[in-house]
Design a protein around this ligand. Structure first.
Ligand code: 3PG
Length: 306
């Protein structure tokens, strides 16, 4: 059996070593395709593999068509909006993710970006502290829960909105449950986005919500650029010179935003939330173990397609 790790943005070498050990100990062969820039390379590499481990790499119908022996795709990470689930199901391919494995890394970056924004992007002027500020967590999944834990250390007041999460889970974590998106944005100076990109959430955060934010509002996006209505974001930044937006995923209109709102916006050049050796090891090895469990024993506990 052949297992391909295809990562346009590679794992740390130590994580690849760990993945190799899991795969080879199971008697399978590991093939690596890293830093590819051409989809044709991926199409070629998948031709004879039984399993595929990816990160944000796109797996669409064309890739699935090219992968004649493919049985399982494991997205080493949380969000699987990069995989065409319906096409995978049609090709009889199981798709899994590795929930929670990289969530601390993403949560830590939220605070790296929050401090940077509150200190005026480190431009030497007097900024503000996070202590005592109100933080709203937009979706209380694995990353949101880690954000809440760290926020407590900063002395922030934390609330969260998540229709899929029972109030008790939030209350147990010392977080105040909020039941409308308007209330979340209206009552929190800092909002951290953790919603997945789905048909329901695409372009769901824009001008109307941002303008509800209290004075000095900061929106932090370590989720997906697709959940933002970028024109609405630009309009809100224009109308409210006190608002800031920092994101780990470059918007499509990044150049225009940087030019117009210099000092109030910041974007990482490449998605960095899960780019730590710890997260790479956790997610990469979990993915390798899930591949082995599927190929050897048919276990599909983390399956995300029907
Ligand atoms: C995720 O969904 O797990 C994160 O966005 C990390 O994505 P990455 O593996 O492409 O860095």
């Amino acid at each position: 059996m052949k297992v391909l790790v295809a990562t346009e943005k590679p794992f740390a070498a130590v994580a690849v070593d760990g993945i190799r050990k899991e795969i080879e100990d199971a008697g399978y062969e590991l093939v690596l395709l890293e830093k590819y820039t051409d989809k044709a390379d991926l199409l070629k590499a998948v031709a004879d593999v039984d399993a595929l481990i990816i990160r944000s790499d796109k797996v669409d119908a064309e890739v699935l068509d090219a992968a004649k022996n493919l049985k399982v795709v494991v997205r080493a990470g949380a969000g699987y909006d990069n995989v065409d689930l319906a096409a995978a199901t049609a090709h009889n391919v199981c798709v899994e993710n590795t929930p929670g494995q990289n969530s601390n890394a993403v949560a830590e970056l939220v605070f790296g970006m929050a401090v940077m924004a509150f200190r005026n992007m480190y431009n030497g002027t007097s900024g503000a502290e996070l202590k005592g500020k109100r933080l709203g967590i937009h979706a209380f999944g694995q990353v949101g829960r880690n954000v809440a834990r760290i926020a407590k250390g900063f002395g922030m007041e934390v609330s969260a909105l998540d229709p899929y999460c029972p109030d008790e889970v939030m209350v147990e974590a010392g977080v105040v449950p909020v039941h409308s998106v308007e209330e979340l944005y209206k009552t929190n100076q800092v909002v951290s986005l953790h919603i997945p990109a789905t048909d329901e959430t695409r372009k769901s955060v824009g001008k109307a919500l941002l303008e509800l934010m209290p004075k000095g509002g900061l929106l932090i996006n370590t989720a997906r650029k697709e959940v933002i209505d970028e024109d609405g974001l630009a309009a809100a930044l224009e109308a409210r010179p006190d608002l800031k937006y920092v994101a780990d995923i470059k918007p499509d209109i990044a150049d225009a935003l940087n030019e117009k709102f210099e000092g109030r916006v910041f974007f990482t050049p490449k998605k960095m939330g899960a780019q730590t050796s710890e997260a790479n090891i956790n997610a990469g090895i979990a993915a390798a173990r899930q591949v082995v469990a599927f190929l050897r024993d048919g276990i599909d506990r983390f399956r995300v397609n029907k």
